[in-house]
Design a protein around this ligand. Sequence first.
Ligand SMILES: NC(=O)c1ccc[n+]([C@@H]2O[C@H](COP(=O)([O-])OP(=O)(O)OC[C@H]3O[C@@H](n4cnc5c(N)ncnc54)[C@H](OP(=O)(O)O)[C@@H]3O)[C@@H](O)[C@H]2O)c1
Length: 269
Amino acid sequence: MRPLAVITGASSGIGASFARKLAARGYDLLLVARREDRIRTLARQFADQYGITADVFVADLIQQAELEALAEQVRGAPNLALLVNNAGFGTNHYFFETDAAGQDAMHRLHVVAVARLTHAALANLTPRAAAGTGVINVSSVAAYASAPQNVSYCATKAWMNRFTEGLSIELGAWRSPVTVQALCPGYTLSEFHDVTGADRSAIPAGFWMTPDSVVETSLAGFARRQLIVIPGWRYRLLIGALRLIPAALVRWGSVYFVRRFRKNKQDQS
Ligand SMILES: NC(=O)c1ccc[n+]([C@@H]2O[C@H](COP(=O)([O-])OP(=O)(O)OC[C@H]3O[C@@H](n4cnc5c(N)ncnc54)[C@H](OP(=O)(O)O)[C@@H]3O)[C@@H](O)[C@H]2O)c1
């Protein structure tokens, strides 16, 4: 029986790249997303190209019943080897200006769904204690700072890092061979910024990465059982530097930046 990888948010970007790269490595796939046509097309394509079995699970993971149904499947899959909690989205507004339902959805997707599916996966994987199995949680470099207009995004990704770190400690205490990883990409070319409506040209070209390079770095780190993976030397340097600057100074800088940004916007309007 081939190992099975379950990937949420597999219909585009980083999730679709995980699917292709894992199929190429001989994994069967369960692709999860809301856009059925997209995941069905990808499943057919990967099955034909790599000779694996690719199934789809159409679900909106903020809906409790749909999340539960997927968790049951993850818990019971006899060949489960890898869960990639990748589904996610960003926002581009001040917290008090966004709709509360959108904030609720973000917490459900980044926190509740990740915790529920990870619980199901580890309940399946830890008794089997097979090397090379585990969970990858797709977090972000946003986990390392609080940014204006991204307050809940940064907070939920920080939770994801701390959650994964806690699991790694527990698994280590049990001498479990099961691996967990928090993958922390920076700006990656996907549909993410179309969803938020952000202007890609505002980010210097050198800071953009491709989903394929992010996923290659993640899978190489997973093989080494690396807990936190930050793809790209620029981001590793940035996060390293951020850790050396006193937190109060980072907060002051952020407030200064927002005031300048708002003033410029007001002057233009
Ligand atoms: N792109 C970046 O710059 C960047 C940087 C750091 C971290 N990340 C993280 O990387 C992950 C993947 O994002 P991406 O860049 O690949 O963006 P993307 O192309 O927009 O992909 C997001 C995926 O999440 C799925 N999704 C969204 N809401 C969902 C829901 N309620 N239920 C089920 N699936 C849902 C989408 O599928 P459907 O719409 O078909 O449901 C899509 O497959 C996210 O967790 C994001 O936070 C991205």
